[in-house]
Design a protein around this ligand. Structure first.
Ligand code: ZN
Ligand code: ZN
Length: 302
């Protein structure tokens, strides 16, 4: 099976702590390296994580608060230095174009790589933002007081052939390709329909919901996701504070995971006031069992 792994490069919020870098999350899946919210010092976190920055293919900036984007300029420079051959797609809320440009052109360098900008204009209704060979990328506006986009990476459905059935029906070699393309083929045993010898494997999905109040969009983005990466800035004891800063608590994050029936939830974006993130797991697991707290450099498979 190809790599399916989320690496936490940073899980802090507004300010760094000794244990937590600003946000940054690398999702490696098939041939893609999706980098979410490169906060300050993301470039250095790659070194600690022992991952080459060249793994990145697409960068997503949920919103332009500093802890989610201040590392973008340095990441672009780094990818440039490494002369990555692949185009780097960068998605960000359209209204933040000015901040994007500030970050992209924040220092002197000669651009050697191809950057494809995707200024994203989405509403609270989840909609398609982009399509790749393997994935559908959806976005929806969250509820953070400023434009802030939540993401859903949806793997496309794939058709899987059953070898024993192919053999039984006399389909082999180039005939397999022909059957997959045409949907029907005639062999020495007669007509063979694609469904006779293969099945559709539904694609999996990963949702990223960072910096928001609890909202229905967060649930929609997360529906049946294999993995949900979600902000949980506070514990329930600080829910008034969470509300006033337009953030969530572990209880609220867990209730979204439960409602959306996700398989695994990873909480992140912890306030610097908490040094022990197991408190988040304790609180969340009362509502949603498969809850985990992010830690810098920790990896989660799905
Ligand atoms: Zn934040
Ligand atoms: Zn924010």
């Amino acid at each position: 099976m190809s790599l399916r792994e989320l690496t936490i490069l940073g899980c802090g919020s507004q300010q760094h702590t000794r244990e937590r870098n600003h946000n940054a999350y690398l999702l490696r899946w098939k041939t893609e390296g999706f980098l979410f919210d490169p906060g300050e010092a993301t470039q250095r976190q790659f070194i600690f994580a022992k991952i080459a920055p060249t793994a990145v293919t697409r960068i997503f900036v949920s919103h332009f608060h500093g802890d989610h984007c201040l590392g973008l300029g340095a990441m672009i420079l780094r990818l440039n230095l490494d002369k990555v051959p692949q185009p780097i797609h960068i998605y960000y809320p359209e209204s933040g174009k000015r901040y994007f440009d500030n970050l992209r052109y924040s220092s002197i360098y000669t651009q050697t790589i191809t950057i494809v900008e995707h200024p994203v204009k989405v509403s609270k209704e989840m909609s398609l933002v982009d399509e790749t060979e393997d994935f559908l990328i959806y976005g929806a506006m969250l509820n953070h007081g400023i434009d802030c986009v939540g993401w859903r990476i949806q793997e496309k459905d794939t058709r899987k052939c059953v070898q024993s059935k192919l053999k039984e029906k006399g389909v082999h070699g180039p005939m397999v390709k022909e059957l997959l393309e045409k949907g029907v083929i005639v062999t020495q045993y007669g007509r063979v329909d694609i469904d006779d010898v293969s099945y559709v494997k539904p694609g999996d999905s990963v949702a990223v919901v960072i910096d928001t109040l609890k909202c229905s969009q967060a649930v929609e983005l997360s529906k049946n996701a294999k993995l949900l990466l979600i902000e949980s800035t506070y514990l329930d004891e600080e829910k008034e504070l969470a509300e006033s800063y337009k953030h969530m608590t572990a209880t609220q994050a867990a209730s979204i995971a439960k409602e959306a029936q996700v398989e695994k939830m990873v909480m992140t974006h912890f306030s610097a006031r908490y040094s022990d993130q197991t408190l988040f797991e304790q609180e969340a697991r009362g509502i949603f069992h498969n809850s985990h707290a992010a830690e810098d450099l920790k990896r989660f498979t799905f």
